[in-house]
Design a protein around this ligand. Structure first.
Ligand SMILES: Nc1ncnc2c1ncn2[C@@H]1O[C@H](COP(=O)(O)OP(=O)(O)OP(=O)(O)O)[C@@H](O)[C@H]1O
Ligand SMILES: [Mg+2]
Length: 458
């Protein structure tokens, strides 16, 4: 890109003059140096790329390259070399040189190589920046709350973060299980690898095996192409088996084998793929209870629950409520461009006393909604939803005219049944007479995880 600063390090003034001329014409800012030490002594801004001669009297190009790479590991360095020295030039690319060009330098080659080096570098830095941001967002410090219960959770996270131990996270819906799983992944040495989230409840039972473990082409009717499963996608990273209690018996059996052997075989395949994947699972259901009732394999249970982390419900750690309210207030006020700065003491009192059946997710939604209706710089009691004693009712307009849309009726029926069977999806689906994956789709569609959490189940 024009305006990028290029350092040209070459002891031959003729070469310098020529290359400077070429680069100048292409709009680059060129700084010429006649030796390595001269360039290395140059203080100030880091260049965007370097053109480096290999054979120089004072300090060999290889040494200069080493020093440049030590200072700026991602700096693109292009080596200039004479024909009889090509093998050495190839050698230096192993030391981190981006590429080499043979003298006499071809104008077009030079421009193209430089252009590539610079855009490649820009892209890499962008990826690095985004990765840092992601890691930052999920890092431990993004978990709010300093109750002794949460401190215990942090301690446990710290204990497992550097090892590859298999973790199981339990806790009611909305307590932050996924957030904890991400904190572990992004805090570990696997942070630059993928975090693959598998929501077992969202995958129809018949498709779970092929989704999670993959299948080869022709493995079953409809398998028109080979499909690498979630485990393969998670190579060198972490797989998060969310709502693992919803896994079908056949998938449970296969998962057990994968965990025992650390090898995955696609359905219909013979290749044994070695896995380098960390396993974290979670459930809002009591998995031990499911084992006793025969709904979950005991041997699998022991493979998954190697290191259990339990996140207590919000009502058991009420001192976390004010800092959480504050956290979400700041988050949403920023998004909405609103200056709602505080919660009135009376409103805060209500929030601290409320039972929060939907836990932190419900609290997050309440803060968001209240912030939108608040008229002044503070959230008052009136701005809270009715279950917290406020007047913030967000009912569908049609109700005023005495009828509900079909969607609304369906939504309410599902919410009621879910509440009645404590979010046991299989049980709720059975009562509603629909498939479990259909139920899951509808939960997503109607945002029921959030809504149901607010409505007391009757
Ligand atoms: N300690 C916390 N600090 C900040 N935000 C939190 C905390 N716990 C939960 N949250 C937020 O609450 C919401 C719900 O958390 P999360 O999705 O991790 O819950 P979950 O336990 O996985 O729920 P479910 O069982 O319904 O899948 C998310 O937006 C998350 O960022
Ligand atoms: Mg979750």
């Amino acid at each position: 890109m024009p305006d990028d600063t290029i350092w040209l390090i070459d002891d031959d003034p003729t070469v310098r003059a020529l290359v400077e001329h070429i680069l100048d014409g292409a709009g680059y800012q060129v700084e010429g140096f006649s030796s390595g030490p001269e360039a290395l002594a140059a203080t100030g801004r880091r260049p965007d790329a370097v053109l480096l001669d290999l054979v120089m009297p004072e300090m060999d190009g290889v040494q200069v390259l080493r020093e440049l790479k030590r200072r700026y590991p991602d700096l693109p360095v292009i080596v200039l070399t004479a024909v009889n020295d090509v093998s050495r030039a190839v050698e230096v690319t192993k030391l981190g040189a981006y590429d080499y060009l043979v003298k006499p330098v071809d104008t077009e080659r030079l421009a193209a190589t430089l252009h590539h080096a610079l855009s490649h570098n820009r892209l890499e830095r962008e990826v690095e920046r985004l990765r840092g941001e992601l890691g930052e967002r999920y890092h431990l410090r993004n978990l709010v709350g300093s109750s002794s219960a949460m401190c215990r959770v942090y301690e446990q996270i710290e204990k497992v973060i550097e090892s590859d131990i298999t973790v199981f996270i339990s806790g009611e819906s909305g307590t932050g299980k996924e957030l904890v799983a991400k904190a572990i992944h992004y805090g570990s040495h696997r942070a630059s690898g993928p975090f693959v989230d598998v929501n077992c409840a969202a995958i129809p039972e018949g498709l779970q095996e092929s989704e999670i473990f993959g299948h080869e082409r022709g493995a079953f009717t409809g398998a028109v192409a080979a499909h690498p499963g979630k485990f393969e996608q998670a190579q060198s990273g972490t797989i998060f088996l969310d709502e693992v209690g919803e896994m079908a018996p056949s998938a449970q059996a296969r998962l057990l084998r994968v965990l025992q052997e650390r090898i995955v075989q696609r359905i219909g395949g013979t290749r044994r793929i070695e896995l380098e994947v960390r396993v974290i699972s979670a459930s809002n259901r009591d998995l031990a209870e499911m084992v006793r009732e025969g709904g979950f394999r005991q041997d699998l249970y022991y493979r998954l629950v190697v290191f259990p982390i339990h996140i207590p419900p919000l009502r058991e750690r009420r001192e976390d409520i004010p800092p959480l309210v504050d956290h979400f207030l700041r988050k949403f006020a920023e998004d909405a461009g609103r200056r709602v700065e505080r919660v009135a003491p009376k409103a805060m009192e209500r929030m601290v006393q409320y039972a929060w059946p939907g836990n932190v997710r419900e609290l997050e939604n309440v803060v968001h909604r209240s912030l939108l209706v608040a008229s002044g710089p503070e959230i008052t009691e009136e701005d809270l939803p009715p279950e917290l004693g406020g007047a913030n009712v967000a009912e569908p307009q049609d109700e005023e005219h005495g009828f509900l849309s079909l969607d609304e009726i369906e939504k309410r029926a599902i919410a009621r049944v879910l509440g009645a069977c404590s979010w046991n999806l299989s049980e709720a689906a059975r009562r509603l007479g629909i498939g479990r994956s259909t139920l899951y789709r509808k939960i997503e569609q109607y945002g029921l995880k959030d809504a149901a959490a607010r409505e007391p189940a009757d």
